[in-house]
Design a protein. Structure first.
Ligand code: SF4
Length: 356
């Protein structure tokens, strides 16, 4: 079965910016552990399509783990903005600094050593060990879970089935080319054994697939019904000074969106919190609300806007010059707030001679 999968992978491997494909591998090209690790951290909870552009920008700005370790925290958080799950970016920096500072710039090769690094859990350790170092590790992401559940007709719902699916993936991992094998199963899940309509007719594992034989493949893996997410509410305060500077603040390192730049606001709670503006001003509520969904709750944000005089002194946050402001440096929910509010501000008046 693994031989058929390998033959399929040699012909159909996805072309990914962080991947050393089977032809290059056969020609002796070794994957760069830094690029493998970076891609795996970015891919946690995020799709390949969303990650590609971020990966290319990161590796252009910081081509080695040493370069990333030396980067400014704010610059890394700004480049990460929009990818979500910001604890990943903070751990990314921590890990880069351990590898560059304590390990001479070399990532360790074993799963156990990799797991000891910040931000690297079991899955990422297995992926880096297998893909970067060709170790026989069982790499089990959502795609692999689906393929295993179908191949072996595992009827137990997730997440309870995880240990069994991991054991099955480990059993299937060959001694020869385990890195290619891990990527082959992932690719098969992403392109052939897809969630709703597996293309069994073109699948290299068709002959040995118990789920397909039993006619239950599209219904696998079974999942426990999702819990209903609560709705939390909050207020975001968008203030712009008459010279075009925006009032922004960096969120505390700990907690949701930790370390990211955003608009000052209230806590996000159920029921709605009390208003607590960051500066005395003539605040006006904007029509509509910003909606955003996090892993554990839906957020509804009311947005208040105010224009501030040049001598305004905020209780929190700091002004960011209009020319230096980058919408892209905000996490997605804060971009939504910006988009709702920015159109309501009048154009910046310029004084004769080009000054503000
Ligand atoms: Fe998935 Fe069908 Fe292949 Fe089985 S035969 S692994 S269900 S695509």
């Amino acid at each position: 079965m693994t031989a058929a999968l390998r033959t399929w992978y040699l012909r159909h491997a996805r072309d990914l910016p962080w991947r050393v494909g089977p032809a290059e591998r056969a020609a002796g090209v070794r994957p760069d552990p830094y690029r493998v690790w970076l891609s795996e951290i970015m891919l946690q909870q995020t799709t390949v399509a969303a990650v590609k552009g971020y990966f290319e920008r990161f590796t252009a700005l910081w081509p080695t783990v040493g370069a990333l370790a030396a980067a400014d925290d704010g610059a890394v958080m700004a480049e990460w903005a929009g990818l979500g799950y910001y604890a990943r970016a903070r751990n990314l920096l921590k890990c880069a600094r351990v590898v560059a500072g304590d390990l001479g710039g070399r990532f360790p090769e074993t799963e156990a050593e990799l797991r000891a690094l910040p931000g690297i859990g079991s899955y990422t350790a297995a992926a880096v060990a297998a893909i970067a170092f060709d170790r026989p590790a069982a790499v089990v992401d959502g795609n692999v879970e689906r393929v295993m559940a179908r191949l072996f007709a595992v009827d137990t719902p997730l997440p309870g089935a995880k240990p069994l699916l991991t054991a099955l993936a480990a059993r299937l991992t060959p001694k020869a080319h385990p890195g290619d094998h891990a990527q082959a199963v992932m690719d098969l899940g992403a392109t052939v054994c897809t969630p709703r309509r597996p293309a069994c007719g073109i699948c290299p594992l068709l002959g040995g697939c118990a789920g397909r034989a039993a006619g239950i493949a599209p219904d696998l893996p079974r999942k426990r019904p999702k819990a209903v997410k609560p709705v939390r509410r909050g207020i975001a305060y968008v203030a712009r000074r008459v010279d075009g500077a925006w009032l922004l603040e960096t969120r505390p390192d700990k907690g949701l969106l930790g370390g990211t730049l955003g608009w000052p606001g209230t806590a996000w709670t159920e029921p709605a919190p009390d208003a607590a503006p960051p500066v005395a001003a003539d605040w006006r509520p904007l029509g509509g609300e910003v909606r955003h969904t996090f892993t554990h709750f839906h957020l509804r944000l009311a947005v208040m806007a105010a224009e501030l005089p040049l001598d305004a002194v905020p209780d929190r946050g700091a002004f960011v010059d209009g020319a230096a402001f980058r919408r892209d440096a905000l996490p997605t929910v804060m971009r939504k707030v910006h988009d709702l509010a920015s159109a309501t501000f009048p154009p910046i008046e310029r004084l004769p001679g080009g000054g503000l």
